[in-house]
Design a protein. Structure first.
Length: 90
């Protein structure tokens, strides 16, 4: 899904690769520094959240992992209930 990322002196577009309540793996149009504080705006939902860059891919400088400052579903995806597990995982 399409996102906009903002940091001090930077605003760039991007898209998510993987998302969860704690953050996401994203590909952006500009390189983000490891440890940088960012603001993520999800175009589909209109929601935004503060986050931090916690991973930088060695294969692609534009792929980074971000951790949301406060876990939340800004992505608008359905998340399975806590008791939804495969047989034998309990």
């Amino acid at each position: 899904m399409r996102i906009e990322v903002q940091s001090t002196g930077l605003s760039c577009d991007g898209e998510t690769i993987v998302v969860n309540l704690h953050g996401a793996l994203v590909k952006t149009s500009s390189q983000l520094e490891l440890g940088a504080g960012i603001n993520v705006h999800v175009q589909l939902t209109g929601k935004a959240a503060a986050a931090r860059v916690v991973f930088a891919s060695r294969q692609s400088a534009l792929e980074v992992g971000i951790a949301l400052d406060h876990p939340q579903n800004i992505w608008g995806v359905s998340l399975p209930p806590a008791d939804w597990t495969e047989e034998g995982e309990r």
